[in-house]
Each structure stands twice: as structure tokens, then as C-alpha cells.
Design a protein around this ligand. Structure first.
Ligand code: ZN
Ligand code: ZN
Length: 361
């Protein structure tokens, strides 16, 4: 499926979701505007009615959007968004507008309610978009995979610079530079490049800590390519690894593999979490694995579905989730191993192409 076909299908799904021809869906969040148009912009709206799908953009974006977007959505130039929306509401006889509950602020809601002609209401649009975005089409999977390849190229190169005496910060800066050099729009999140005792902090921030002989180094890194994110964590040892480090590493790797082996359509996300968590608990480290096993990845680095013990989402082919168990021993060290994984009709396929066995640099 091409991007254009996927966008047209998404618009049709939103049209099916609308209860009648007098109701419109108004999408104002940047991420969902991009999902429904393929076009990034810092302002604007997508308006979908039973009859039409329109992308309203101001002067700054209009020309570029017109050149790149093959309708739907039809690109409309707007001067003052609410006035232009009201004009369309009148033209199409729209009486109610469903907004994105999870994206509209209280201030926007007040503005919309005061200035829009139709009745403004909530009604499951955020959930509908979330449900659509959870299952990726080929064009989206390709972009996530490209983001991952960019990350891998940068990671492989930066390993050459990892040695005792370098700082976490210098590795993080180098990685960010290489990710952009190799085609990443930007890094997918603040890169986590941490070493030594800092590795017990799941979301540690790279600082002036210097890599020492016998330390772990954790890379939790990703790139953005055409709006889509990648997410990968590798933990490597510098110089050597003692028996405890090897044992914890093996425990996390087995948990990661158990979760991966459980991924297939029809199972609930909580079963994936359980597969990893039970293994870590059986090995006696349950209390040191305090986060979820994974999350969805796409236009956002963290999106649905959550892969936690409470997640009721039933996996479907096309979902992209992470598999990232970890064990964190306070004051000593931590290990996390993460791949971004595609749910396939017959199981799962990792989008990462970097070995997971412990490497000693
Ligand atoms: Zn990550
Ligand atoms: Zn992650």
C-alpha cells in the first residue's frame, strides 16, 4: 500500500465513523494532521465530513502542500482558521463537530465553542485515530525500518569510539551527529548513553561520567525518518564483564527472547509483558524490572499499544511494538535490551539488524 492509498483509506474510516452527514471530524493535533495528510506543519487542521476531506493550512505551508499532496485531503489555504472552518461548515451544512479529546486544550475548547457555528463535542475521535494508527501499512513500516537502519549505521560507527576515558556526553553528541548525517530528520528522543552505575537508571541522562574498564554502557537510541521513529537499546561491556554482569545480561536477553517468541496476532499485549516479566521474576530479579516491557512506535516514539501487565490490546498483524525488558541494580549497574518488532501474520519480525549477544568492546 502506498502512502496515498493509506491516507485515503484512513479518511474513509473517519467518514464511516461519523454518525451522519451533518457531523464533521476536526483534527488539530500535529501528529494526526500528519497521519491524515502525510504533510508536516506546525499549524492547521484536517476537516473530514461524509462528503470531503480537507487540509487547511496557512500561507507558510500552502504552496508546498499543494505541490506534494495528491488529494485526499484537498488542500485549502486559510487566513484565520476558525473563519475558514465556519465557511465550510455553512457550505456543507454541518451542525456538530467532533474534536480530538486527547489533543484539544481547555483554552482551545473554549475558543472553538465560542466561535464555531456548529456544536462542538467529544466523541471517540482520538480513540478512532489511535486504533487506525496502531496498525501500520507498508509505507509506514518502511519508514520505521529506514529510521532503524540510520540508527544502526550511526551506532556501529560510534562503537569504534567507545573506550575507557571517553564521556557519556561525547558518545551521545557523536551519535546525534551521525544520525543526522546519515539521513535522520532528528533523533527520536533525548538519546540515552550512560555508563557504569548510571546504567541502573532506566532513563539516565548522558553527562560527564567517564567510561571505565569493566563498565557497562547502555545505548537507548533512535532516529526519525519522514516522521516515523525507531527505538533500540543495546548494552555493551567495556574491557571485560564479570560473572554478575554476564548473568544479569543473559537473564535480560532470555526475557527479551521469551517476549519476542510470544508476539503474534491474537495474543494480548499483557501476555507479552508477562512472558518477559515471569522469567525475570523466576530468576529472582522481579523487583528490579520496574517498567513496562514495551510500547507502540510510529509517528510518535511512545504510542499505542502499551505492552504492560494491564494492557488489554489484542495484537494484530501490522502493529509495531518494542520488546525491552531490563534489570536495574541500584548503585551497581543495569541492563536493557530493546528491539522494535513488527507483528506479522505468522508471528513477529524484529526490525533491528544488530546482534544481541553480549559484546565486549
Ligand atoms: Zn528505547
Ligand atoms: Zn522504547
Amino acid at each position: 500500500m502506498t502512502s496515498r492509498e493509506r491516507i485515503a483509506l484512513a479518511a474513509e474510516s473517519i467518514q464511516d465513523f461519523l454518525p451522519d452527514e451533518h457531523t464533521a471530524a476536526l483534527v488539530t493535533s500535529g501528529v494526526n494532521r500528519r497521519y491524515l495528510s502525510g504533510f508536516p506543519s506546525s499549524a492547521g487542521a484536517v476537516l473530514i465530513t461524509k462528503r470531503s476531506a480537507k487540509l487547511l493550512l496557512d500561507f507558510r505551508y500552502f504552496e508546498a502542500a499543494q505541490k506534494t499532496i495528491q488529494p485526499p485531503p484537498e488542500v485549502i489555504r486559510c487566513t484565520r482558521l476558525i473563519d475558514d472552518l465556519n465557511r465550510i461548515f455553512l457550505e456543507e451544512n454541518i451542525k456538530s463537530v467532533i474534536i480530538e479529546d486527547e489533543a484539544v486544550t481547555v483554552a482551545q475548547m473554549k475558543e472553538f465553542s465560542d466561535a464555531m457555528i456548529p456544536q462542538v463535542m467529544s466523541g471517540g475521535l482520538s480513540e478512532k485515530l489511535c486504533e487506525l494508527r496502531m496498525v501500520k501499512s507498508d509505507d509506514e513500516i518502511e519508514r520505521i525500518t529506514t529510521a532503524q537502519r540510520i540508527t544502526e549505521r550511526a551506532y556501529t560507527e560510534v562503537l569504534n569510539h567507545l573506550r575507557p576515558g571517553v564521556t557519556e556526553r561525547s558518545i551521545a553528541v557523536e551519535l546525534e551527529h551521525l544520525i543526522k548525517l546519515y539521513g535522520g530528520e532528528r533523533v527520536a528522543f533525548d538519546l540515552i548513553c550512560i555508563t557504569g552505575a548510571n546504567t541502573s537508571l532506566p532513563h539516565g541522562v548522558p553527562g560527564e561520567r567517564v567510561v571505565g574498564d569493566g563498565d557497562f554502557f547502555t545505548f537507548d537510541i533512535g532516529a526519525v525518518y519522514e516522521g516515523y521513529h525507531s527505538d533500540m537499546t543495546r548494552t555493551v561491556a567495556v574491557g571485560h564483564a564479570d560473572d554478575d554482569m554476564r548473568m544479569i545480561y543473559d537473564t535480560v536477553l532470555t526475557a527479551h527472547k521469551k517476549a519476542f517468541d510470544a508476539i503474534r496476532p491474537g495474543v494480548t499485549a499483557s501476555d507479552i509483558d508477562k512472558a518477559a516479566r515471569d522469567h525475570i521474576a523466576e530468576c529472582g530479579y522481579g523487583e528490579y524490572f520496574g517498567h513496562s516491557t514495551g510500547h507502540g512506535v510510529g509517528l510518535e516514539i511512545h504510542e499505542a499499544p502499551t505492552v504492560s501487565g494491564k494492557s488489554p490490546t489484542v495484537l494484530k498483524a501490522g502493529m509495531v511494538i518494542t520488546d525491552e525488558p531490563g534489570i536495574y541494580l541500584p548503585g551497581r549497574f543495569g541492563v536493557r535490551i530493546e528491539d522494535t518488532v513488527l507483528v506479522c501474520p505468522d508471528g513477529a519480525r524484529s526490525l533491528a539488524d544488530i546482534p544481541k549477544e553480549l559484546i565486549i568492546i
